[in-house]
Design a protein around this ligand. Structure first.
Ligand SMILES: Cc1ncc(COP(=O)(O)O)c(C=O)c1O
Length: 386
């Protein structure tokens, strides 16, 4: 298989080449957009290259899946129509009614909504836990019943960092799988499978796509058998991305490393200013030596990424007002694009967690720091805080 050619190459080389050999027919250096639903057969069952119908498999999607598997160091990757479609497929493929999951108590609001409003009525119970408290995790796990420990790290939006290797050990001792949502870090900054995780989840909408022009998701697995089960459900449930969306994510991935370096450097410049600002009560960034998860982040991440959250003096009114005053930062949901975004999690991305154990502080602002000039970004935040 072509990806093996790149197994020993560095991250940037794999991002540009894995799964992306020049097209055998024309030599096109970028995988074409195979915008088709079905493929001609040479006699019944005579498939060319294994393709029969684009829900089951499509060459552009396949190129993306091979590249993602290579970047995360997995045996297999599967692409989906959105991050939540990937999550839903995972839950229904690998658990059953009556099973139990342990999830972080500051997961992305949409993930929490999936667990509490969709999976729970179907029969999958869950316990939200502070995953930085390993004793609490051990207490929450029910051996024989808990199928999954689900974590993000860093988390959305509180930038909490959890110890992937320690959670993997707890999960495996209980016969459960550790699932890590690696959306905030991206495979460039963090490789959960190498630390013992079983499955990596991505909203490829974010850093992997990188340009705020596509919605997508992915699962990457260590164990080929789990990969087979998920692939069966990917086809049987059908929430696949189209060829054009697959191509956009693959194109974004080529520059992932250089973008993540710049996102991280720009975030650091902003954090330096926020940390000393009189109108800022608290800065949440894993690269701050005072951050609760700093040591773990320094150990398990290459750099600290482009997401920054902070709390302002003046409560919810001031937080909402600051979000409305920026000029370079665009007020909007989502994250991970080249352009900087600002949002109020309590009223926007995490509104669905209101009143639950996952409710976020209402004076919290979240920044997705883009790759514009750092000076312009810093000046914009400083004027918005006046
Ligand atoms: C950490 C995280 N995981 C998953 C998702 C869901 O992904 P999508 O919006 O592509 O369905 C999001 C979306 O914001 C996210 O931030």
């Amino acid at each position: 298989m072509s990806e093996h050619r790149w197994d020993k190459s560095g991250f940037a080389t794999r991002a540009i080449h894995a799964g992306q050999e020049p097209d055998p027919l024309t030599g096109a250096v970028v995988p074409p957009v195979y915008q088709v639903s079905t493929f001609a057969q040479d006699g019944v069952g005579g498939l060319r290259g294994g393709y029969e119908y684009s829900r089951s498999g499509n060459p552009t999607r396949h190129a993306l899946e091979e590249c993602l598997a290579s970047l995360e160091g997995g045996s297999r990757a599967l692409a989906f129509a959105s991050g939540l479609a990937a999550e839903d497929t995972l839950l229904r493929a690998l658990t059953q009614p009556g099973a139990h999951a342990v999830i972080g108590n500051d997961a992305y609001g949409g993930t929490y909504r999936l667990f509490s409003r969709v999976a729970e009525p179907w029969g999958l119970l869950h316990t939200p836990v502070d995953l930085t408290d390993l004793d609490a995790v051990r207490r929450a796990v029910e051996p024989g019943r808990t199928r999954i420990i689900w974590t993000e790290t860093p988390t959305n939006p509180l930038l909490t960092v959890v110890d992937i290797a320690a959670l993997a050990q707890i999960a495996h001792e209980a016969g459960a799988l550790l699932v890590v949502d690696n959306t905030f870090a991206s495979p460039y900054l963090q490789q959960p499978l190498a630390l013992g995780a079983d499955i990596v989840v991505h909203s490829t909408t974010k850093y992997l796509g990188g340009h705020s022009d596509v919605v997508g998701g992915a699962l990457v697995v260590a164990d080929p058998e789990v990969g087979e089960q998920l692939a069966y459900h990917q086809n049987a449930m059908g929430s696949v991305p189209g060829p054009w969306d697959s191509w956009l994510v693959l194109r974004g991935i080529k520059t992932l490393g250089v973008r993540m370096d710049r996102h991280s450097a720009n975030a650091r410049a902003i954090v330096d200013v926020l940390a000393d600002h009189p109108r800022v009560v608290q800065v949440l960034y894993p690269g701050l030596p005072g951050h609760r998860g700093y040591e773990i982040a320094a150990r398990q991440m290459r750099d600290f990424g482009g997401m920054v959250s902070f709390r302002v003096a003046g409560g919810v009114e001031e937080a909402v007002a600051v979000c409305g005053r920026t000029e370079v930062f665009t007020l909007g949901e989502s994250l991970g694009g080249v352009e900087s975004l600002i949002e109020h999690p309590g009223r926007m991305t995490h509104a669905s967690a209101a009143g639950s154990a996952l409710e976020v502080p209402d004076d919290l602002i979240r920044l997705s720091v883009g790759i514009e000039d750092a000076d312009d970004l810093v000046a914009d935040i400083v004027q918005a805080l006046q």
